[in-house]
Ligand binder design. Structure first.
Ligand SMILES: Cc1ncc(C[n+]2csc(CCOP(=O)(O)OP(=O)(O)O)c2C)c(N)n1
Ligand SMILES: [Mg+2]
Length: 326
């Protein structure tokens, strides 16, 4: 995918590269604190899939909506959520993005259009369709994105959401993050065709499949889909072929796949390395520039950790506060 055809500048490419690194280092840092018992709850990491969130969110405005999944960090960060408050949330602190009540899987950041993460596989499809209905009725300048996995794509809700969104020409973009596994179930053992994008045709919706580890391919598809939705022409289905480099959750022994399979993607199709290679080839991106960017990301994450550690742990007796609007 040619960045020039997409109208992207060097600064924008560097910004996308930095975003993917930011998501990765945020999560790797969260894992390190999880292992010490400071980050709590259940950890589903997005490592390896950062190009999907980065490419899609690059095509959105802050006002557009996102319905996310249990693997939500990348979507939150790319949409512009406060990473200090996110880190505090994972630590169960009062200064967290949901005052420590949400943990990882139930975070919301409506101030940046991130309506919810979700522990119910498949729920984001109907929720994202609902957000799109709101847009079409009350905020026609906005669009809605529903992220879901290959496992989520096999839930019945997928078909109901697609049908209604197509029928009512709702401004929703269905983004299937096909990372090849639903926990330990490989996609080709659960899905007859192994891919999902063809299904869109059955609803009269354009469907495309892109290399989900190539942020430019993801952005190109998202840009077109968003433009279509904003023109009132209805939904688009984008299947992003990607791969998670860590286990389903932290602690997953991953007996269902080989180390070689993981290493193959890590070495030959990592989204961050791809962009680094492009920057070097097109703009003579130097080692010094790279190190400066890495340091600025590390500093930003270190500040987020410090912010989280300074927060008061949520008290059990306050557990039911802030759950409902008065
Ligand atoms: C309705 C429902 N069924 C089952 C589960 C248990 N579960 C949690 S994650 C997961 C797999 C999801 O796979 P996929 O949609 O591909 O997303 P990924 O984890 O690969 O990002 C399952 C089955 C659940 N949370 N909700
Ligand atoms: Mg999956």
């Amino acid at each position: 995918m040619d960045y020039k055809e997409l109208g992207l500048t060097k600064e924008e490419l560097v910004e996308m590269y930095r975003m993917m690194r930011l998501i990765r280092v945020f999560e790797e840092s969260a894992v390190a604190y999880f292992k010490q018992g400071i980050v709590i709850g259940n950890m589903h990491m997005y490592v390896g899939e950062e190009a999907v969130a980065t490419g899609v969110c690059k095509a959105l405005t802050k006002e557009d909506y996102i319905a996310s999944t249990h693997r939500c960090d990348g979507h939150l960060i790319a949409k512009g959520a406060d990473i200090n408050a996110m880190m505090a949330e994972l630590m169960g602190r009062e200064n967290g993005i949901c005052a420590g009540r949400a943990g990882k899987m139930h975070q919301t950041a409506p101030e940046v259009g991130f309506m919810s993460a979700n522990g119910i596989v498949g729920a984001s499809q109907t929720l994202g369709t609902g957000h799109a209905l709101y847009c079409s009725l009350y905020a026609p300048e906005r669009v809605s994105v529903s992220f879901f996995g290959d496992g989520g794509g096999n839930q019945g809700a997928f078909h109901e959401a697609m049908n209604m969104a197509a029928l009512w020409k709702l401004p929703v973009i269905f983004v299937c993050e096909n990372n090849h596994y639903a926990i330990s179930t490989r996609v080709d053992t659960a899905t007859a065709m192994g891919t999902f994008y063809q299904r869109a045709a059955g609803y009269g919706v354009p469907g495309v499949r892109v290399n989900g580890n190539d942020v430019l391919e993801v952005y190109a598809a998202a840009k077109e889909a968003v433009a279509r939705a904003r023109r009132g022409e209805g939904p688009t289905f984008i299947e992003c072929d990607t791969y998670r480099l860590r286990g389903h959750h932290e602690g997953d022994e991953q007996t269902y796949r080989t180390r070689e399979e993981v290493n193959e993607v890590r070495e030959n199709n990592d989204c961050i390395t791809r962009m680094q290679t492009l920057l070097k080839a097109e703009f003579g991106w130097t080692e010094e520039e790279d190190q400066a960017l890495i340091k600025s990301v590390d500093d930003e994450i270190a500040a987020a950790v410090e912010f989280g550690l300074k927060g008061e742990p949520m008290k059990v007796e306050d557990m039911y506060n802030n759950l409902y609007v008065d």
